[in-house]
Design a binder for this molecule. Structure first.
Ligand code: F6P
Length: 552
């Protein structure tokens, strides 16, 4: 990948000037000026997913200049480098090949001169075999009972992806109940343990490194809980599975090597649901559906790799997001899924986006003076409408939104679904267009609260509109389309990282908190008051110690 600072490019300068021209133009005007706008600024992917990006504060010139930026930043070359095995994660000295996990092309993918497809296919086979044994009640627990509950113990990428997918595909689930334990807060595991029967529960300990403190503490608590039921350690072979890149650590924990599902250091945690990290997905919805999810992602991979940028969905969405993030200086982006089953989409995309692109040093080792990752947040509709949409409609901030929904619901309550979608469509319209044209004739000049000369409350009712959004409307939220959607966001994030000129695949910032927590844990155990940190941190720890010593 070339090191080019985006603000040194010609197109960046053009975009800066263009921003001052466009910032006062209303989306309403853009639609009035072009009756073809929707047709021009929307794409139908694979005949069943509509991506409408017409309700954005963009013109043909904006798009063309953003596309020029992508070219100047050598995006095409970076995409190919990632897919075909260049060393993209330079600060960790790792390849970035999660796309190989869903490569159905029969072409080999080389990493350090080794064809990794053989390993990928062999682990996929192992997932297929194992999930079929458990689902078909041929895998039994220590006392001979078949498995009814699966507990996925993992955090970050070892939790969020599978949790999001399993919830999103609610109607595809089989009889197995899947639970997630991620937080080191004991309430998390205790609430799960009280729901399950040790004789029929399978624990999946999912950790790329098998060293993550939270995961190991939770896994040890689960192991002790099982031990207290069975009074010996023989249960481990039937009840504990490891998903990791480090089989040694897993076996040291006590997990049988046969129960280890490997993946590799070229799979980033937040891009790992396609690997054996997705074991809980295969268990929950069956291997064929898991494979469909991978196939959907592969379909988006092909699109990303081979489609001209002016029709390339991840590229277009990434560029539009950069337009707001770096020129309008909007700070955040809302992900608004009108689908209750997608309640974990926003936390999942938070990790994918913010852990990847929350960086401030460029690929050529300079502190950056342009914005990098937007803050991602959101709630499923319609709940959000009764919480934070007021700010979207009448607040002072520019918040680009992604609206996502499926036309065919996963349930039978058509009436509910029609109402839900009517909210989706109305909100994108209300945000873009605001109140009707007539209402805009009311001037704030007529309105003087301080002098009590209140002529009307109308100004309080004005919604300015001009809040941009993308709409992603899927025919169905099935495994295949979900795969397409997730890969779309993965590639959007990658595209942005290339243009920000940062390394998207490390997360050194997270390490600082991890190492400090180890040291502070030791200080908490020390009987005496401590003074080795700043006064606030010492004050917090010493206040804790005071009550801890009193044992109340
Ligand atoms: O949050 C930091 C991180 O390293 C993530 O990138 C990763 O998904 C998570 O911790 C869990 O790591 P592991 O799978 O190694 O336990």
């Amino acid at each position: 990948m070339k090191n080019i600072n985006p603000n040194d490019t010609k197109s960046w300068k053009v975009l800066k000037n263009h921003f001052s021209e466009i910032k006062n133009i209303h989306i309403k005007e853009l639609f009035c000026n072009d009756s073809n706008r929707f047709k021009k600024l929307s794409v139908i992917f694979n005949n069943n997913i509509l991506i409408d990006y017409s309700k954005n504060r963009i013109t043909d010139f904006t798009i063309n200049t953003l596309l020029m930026l992508a070219d100047e930043m050598n995006l095409k070359n970076s995409i190919e480098s990632m897919f075909f095995g260049s060393l993209m994660n330079k600060t960790e000295n790792r390849f970035v090949l999660h796309t190989a996990l869903r490569n159905f092309s029969n072409t080999p993918i080389f990493c350090n001169s080794k064809n990794i497809m053989l390993d990928v296919l062999s682990v996929l086979d192992k997932i297929k075999h194992f999930s079929s044994l458990v689902i078909n009640k041929k895998w039994t627990g220590y006392t001979g009972k078949y498995i009814t509950d699966i507990v996925n113990i993992g955090i970050g990428g070892s939790d969020l992806g599978p949790k999001m997918v399993i919830n999103a595909l609610h109607s595809y689930r089989n009889h197995l109940k899947i639970h997630f334990v991620s937080n080191v807060d004991g309430s998390n595991i205790l609430r799960v343990l009280e729901k399950i029967n040790p004789e029929s529960t399978l624990f999946l300990v999912v950790s790329k490194t098998f060293t993550t403190q939270e995961t190991l503490i939770n896994a040890n608590t689960a192991k002790k809980w099982m031990f207290s039921m069975f009074n010996n350690s023989k249960f481990l072979d039937q009840h504990f599975i490891a998903v990791t890149t480090d089989s040694n650590e897993a076996t040291k924990f006590g997990i049988n090597i046969k129960n280890v599902f490997l993946f590799w250091d070229w799979v980033g945690g937040r891009f790992s649901l396609w690997s054996s990290v997705g074991l809980s997905i295969a268990l929950s919805i069956g291997f064929d559906n898991f494979k469909n999810l991978l196939e959907g992602a592969y379909c988006m991979d092909k699109h990303y790799l081979s489609t001209e940028f002016n029709k390339n969905i991840p590229v277009l969405l990434a560029l539009i997001s950069i337009w707001y993030n770096n020129f309008f200086q909007s700070e955040t982006e809302a992900v608004l899924a009108y689908d209750y089953n997608m309640k974990y989409l926003s936390p999942f995309l938070q990790q994918m986006t913010m852990e990847s692109n929350g960086k401030s040093v460029s690929r050529d080792l300079k502190f950056i003076n342009w914005q990098t990752s937007p803050i991602i947040w959101g709630e499923p509709g319609t709940n959000g409408q009764h919480a934070f949409y007021q700010l979207l409609h009448q607040g002072t901030k520019l918040i680009p939104c992604d609206f996502i929904a499926a036309i065919t619901p996963q349930h039978v309550l058509k009436n509910h679904h029609e109402h839900l979608l009517s909210h989706f469509f109305s909100q994108t319209r209300a945000l873009a267009f605001g109140k009707s044209h007539d209402d805009f004739s009311i001037s704030l000049k007529d309105f003087d609260v301080c002098n009590q000369k209140v002529l009307s409350v109308e100004p309080y009712k004005i919604c300015r509109g001009n809040q941009p959004s993308n709409s992603i409307l899927l025919h169905k939220l099935d495994p295949y389309n979900l795969g397409v959607l997730i890969a779309l966001y993965e590639h959007k994030v990658f595209t942005q990282g290339v243009i920000f000129n940062i390394f998207s695949f490390d997360q050194w910032g997270v390490e600082l908190g991890k190492s400090l927590a180890k040291d502070i844990f030791i200080s908490m155990k020390d009987f005496d008051e401590i003074n080795k940190y700043d006064s606030s941190t010492c004050g917090l720890i010493n206040f804790y110690k005071y009550f801890d010593k009193l044992n109340i």
